[in-house]
Design a protein around this ligand. Structure first.
Ligand SMILES: Cc1cc2nc3c(=O)[nH]c(=O)nc-3n(C[C@H](O)[C@H](O)[C@H](O)COP(=O)(O)OP(=O)(O)OC[C@H]3O[C@@H](n4cnc5c(N)ncnc54)[C@H](O)[C@@H]3O)c2cc1C
Length: 366
């Protein structure tokens, strides 16, 4: 039986992020992936590399800095696969999203960007006239002005996973695709991981299987928290709303984010609670779910009607949600890591954070 310092279960961006961090610390690392790395939820995102502007609203200052750090890292390290994405959000008349608080937040965020050396342009509040010139078809929505900030967008997500795979292998990490894990057990010598390709042992295991987290047989005393799982999907249309700018539009109590993709637009994200996935089960979108999304979007943004025939794709993945609350199930704001001695489970909620998430998972095992 081959022995490693660390075995990572799952080769999505979370698993690759952990493995990359581990090999950089000279840990002999094995990644076990049932299929092909980076092709599940990690290949079905809205492709935004987020900063932390939204966390200012709830004054989560350390998180603003951490998100900016993660964003800057991805923009610099994988510059061939991402590009800056100017984003607009029409201002509200009153409240936290109105002109004065948003202008103050933009100044504070610009300062944080400067302090973290962000390569992106600082945010600013633009006039209703400027908004109307950028989005003539939505001019009425932004007549009171808009916030303009920059995130980044992945133009080639495949390049990020292939770069991560290269970084892991060049530091001696082993990646085994088409190796479905079936169980994790602990004995006096450490952990024994059983796969379709054989057994491996290690002093530490990090489970990043996402919605397949407990489709494998895990010794009961090792299991972490179990959330509700939520299918999330984006629609991709050939219709172009804008060539370069993304926009967040609210309607019917939901926020729809429209992002340029190729010649068209990706629009997200719609969430539907689902049971945890079985071993080989893949998430999919039913006709009813798609109709509900289109009806809600068309009611919220009647200026940009989409019908099924306009679609060129649907991105679908699964994310963890909080179990309860008066408002019903809610998406976790950030990753959840549960760790006992030597074994950790990572539930990711953002692609962008794979580096800091990997470092935190390893730190929790020590
Ligand atoms: C619609 C949508 C839009 C999103 N948009 C954004 C965005 O714009 N920006 C952002 O930062 N984040 C976004 N996210 C969140 C982000 O996609 C996820 O947080 C992240 O991709 C999760 O990565 P992961 O590695 O944890 O999961 P996954 O990518 O699902 O990886 C899990 C891996 O485990 C493997 N596996 C399963 N069973 C086994 C087994 N038995 N043995 C071995 N391997 C197994 C699977 O094949 C898979 O490769 C979005 C998510 C969704 C659903």
């Amino acid at each position: 039986m081959e022995r490693y310092d660390l075995i990572v279960l799952g080769g999505g961006v979370s698993g690759l992020g952990v493995a990359r961090e581990a090999v950089s610390r000279s840990l002999r690392t094995l990644v076990l992936e049932a299929d092909v790395c980076g092709k599940a939820t990690s290949d079905n995102t809205l492709r935004i590399i987020h900063g932390g502007f939204r966390y200012l609203q709830t004054l989560q200052i350390p998180r603003v800095f951490r998100s900016l750090g993660d964003q800057s890292y991805v923009c610099r390290q994988y510059s061939q696969a991402v590009q800056p994405l100017p984003c607009l959000m029409p201002l509200a008349r009153f409240g936290l999203k109105s002109r004065i608080p948003v202008t103050a937040a933009a100044l504070a965020y610009g300062m944080a960007m400067w302090m973290t050396g962000s390569p992106l342009a600082v945010p600013r509040v633009i006039s209703g006239r400027e908004f109307g010139e950028i989005f003539p078809s939505l001019a009425d929505r932004g007549s009171g002005g808009a916030l303009c900030w920059h995130d980044a967008v992945m133009t080639r997500p495949d390049l990020i996973s292939s770069a991560l795979l290269k970084e892991i292998s060049s530091h001696g990490g082993v990646i085994q695709e088409h190796s479905a894990v079936s169980s994790v057990r602990e004995d006096a010598s450490g952990f024994i991981v059983t796969t379709s390709q054989g057994e491996f042992t290690s002093a530490r295991v990090i489970n990043t299987l996402g919605p397949w987290l407990s489709s494998i047989d895990i010794q009961p005393d090792l299991r972490g928290r179990r959330p509700l799982w939520c299918k999330g999907f984006n629609i991709v249309t050939h219709k172009r709303l804008h060539a370069t700018h993304a926009i967040g539009v609210e309607g019917g109590g939901r926020l729809f984010f429209c992002v340029p993709r190729g010649e068209g637009t990706a629009i997200g994200t719609w969430y539907v609670p689902v049971p945890e996935l079985g071993a080989t089960e893949k998430p999919s979108v039913s006709d009813v779910e798609l109709d509900q999304f289109l009806a809600a979007f068309n009611a919220a943004v009647p200026e940009f009607q989409i019908v099924k025939e306009d679609l060129v794709g649907i991105d679908v993945g699964v994310l963890p949600m909080r179990r309860d609350g008066a408002k019903g199930p809610e998406l976790y704001g950030s990753e959840v890591i549960s760790a006992t001695h030597g074994y950790a489970e990572v539930m990711s909620t953002k692609y962008t954070t794979f580096r800091s998430q990997g470092a935190r998972a390893l730190a929790q095992l020590r």
